[in-house]
Write a protein that binds this ligand. Structure first.
Ligand code: SF4
Length: 436
């Protein structure tokens, strides 16, 4: 029996599209040279693919770009992951930029990859490549990040109240280790303060974003051929909620002046911020909010997200989500979670069932309060055992999604497709359950 046949039997409550996407997120696809060829025109993966022993080089290269996002014929999309032992493989079809997904020898569906769009190769008026302006694209969602460095990586040891950049001249995890402590989320790499900050003019512990940075990113988002509907604002966290709120407000007002809050559904993906700032953001044209809790269980929240726990606190974070539902409206608030992260590392939960119970408890609490939890599957990308499969299983992920979909149906709280849809959810299944 194939994997998909087995899942159809064991998870009949899940839509076929969601089962397939979950299986592909978990197992990936095995390597085929067509992935290297598609890497030339497709939106490229964050990390180049490194050929394994025994795989034929591509144009004499052993390391090259492969596509980042797969788009199936029914509009399901997911992040491409190459795993040598996967039962799935993508093979070329007869026509250009068309491919077929197989499980073993069995064809499953046609597909293509999300292409590089014209804006990514265009330049801003001052000659900056638009792809370096702080904008990336996932399907029909633009993600705007003009302050990527997260201060939770570099919390001054003398306390949170008077952080200063003085003496912190080398903003790297190692360079700051004597003067600061690292309270970053255990799974996170993308918030590391690094050279991206210099290119965007971000300074640690300073909330303001340079106007020139905002002008460039707004110019990129104004490009006529983004084919996007959603604009999601994200960035590294700050050590003061009020500062973080001010930073997002500055960004939102700039976008509003550029007409972008009319063109896109703009959502604020900050950390928890004050109600005052939520209201000001709404006045500026921001329509949704997503303050990511990452993990629900209180002890695991403190362990996995020590910065969020120490700087904001779990109760305050939840209160901010409830306030956001009042300010932005009940169909306009989400919180992202990393499914299975509570099972990873020292101090982890003891059993899969305990993790599942906790994940479902998040839905039982948040969904009736107008906050939709969205779960991505935990891909381990940090530490010595990176790329080793975490203990969270495919079956558990499907059981979690079935339970959360049932809760959304019970409380009539489907994911709002203006905010988050099948064309932008590439690591999560909620829109596939609600709309496949
Ligand atoms: S708050 Fe956590 S997940 Fe977000 S950027 Fe900082 S360390 Fe990473």
């Amino acid at each position: 029996m194939s994997l998909l046949e087995r899942l159809a039997e064991t998870h009949a409550a899940s839509p076929a599209a969601a089962r397939l996407k979950a299986a592909l997120l978990f197992h990936g696809v095995s390597y085929d040279p067509c992935l290297a060829e598609a890497g030339v025109w497709a939106f490229p993966s964050h990390m180049p693919y490194q050929l394994q022993p025994g795989e034929l080089s591509h144009n004499h290269e052993t390391r090259f770009s492969i596509p980042q996002i797969v788009r199936l014929d029914d509009d399901t999309q997911f992040r491409l992951r190459v795993k040598r032992d996967s039962p799935f493989v993508v093979r070329p079809d007869a026509s250009e930029r068309r491919f077929v997904l197989h499980e073993g020898e069995e064809p499953i569906t046609g597909l293509t990859f999300e292409p590089k769009l014209a804006w990514a190769d265009a330049l801003t008026a001052d000659g900056t490549p638009m792809r370096s302006s702080g904008l990336v694209q996932h399907g029909d969602m633009l993600v705007l990040n003009v302050a990527p460095g997260c201060e939770y990586f570099v919390v001054p040891r003398e306390g949170l109240s008077s952080p200063t950049r003085e003496g912190l001249s080398s903003p790297t995890r190692e360079g700051l280790s004597n003067k600061t402590e690292n309270l970053s989320c255990t799974f996170c790499l993308y918030g590391v303060p690094d050279q991206r900050m210099d290119a965007l003019g971000q300074k640690l512990y300073e909330r303001g974003v340079p106007e020139a940075t905002l002008a460039r990113v707004a110019e990129a988002a104004r490009h006529p051929e983004t084919h996007a509907r959603h604009l999601y604002l994200v960035g590294g966290s700050m050590l003061k909620m009020a500062d973080e709120g001010e930073r997002y407000l500055q960004i939102a007002r700039h976008l509003a002046e550029a007409g972008l809050t009319d063109r896109y559904y703009v959502a604020c993906g900050s950390g928890a911020i004050t109600r005052h700032h939520m209201e000001a953001l709404k006045d500026a044209g921001v329509r949704g909010a997503c303050f990511n809790m990452e993990v629900w269980d209180p002890a695991q929240f403190a362990r996995v997200c020590p910065g969020k726990n120490k700087v904001v606190g779990r109760d305050r974070w939840i209160a901010a989500l409830e306030e956001a539902a009042e300010v932005f409206g009940r169909d306009h608030v989400m919180s992202a979670f990393v499914g299975g992260v509570e099972l990873e590392g020292e101090g982890a939960m003891g059993s899969l069932e305990e993790a599942l119970e906790s994940n479902i408890a998040a839905g039982e609490f948040l969904i009736p309060r107008g906050v939709v939890p969205v779960y991505s599957m935990f891909w381990k990308v940090t530490g010595k055992t990176r790329d080793v499969e975490p203990t969270y299983s495919l079956e558990l992920f499907l059981r979690l999604n079935e339970a959360l979909a049932a809760l959304r149906a019970k409380y009539d709280r489907k994911v709002n497709p203006e905010f988050f849809c099948r064309r932008c959810a590439y690591m999560e299944l909620e829109p596939d359950y609600d709309f496949a």
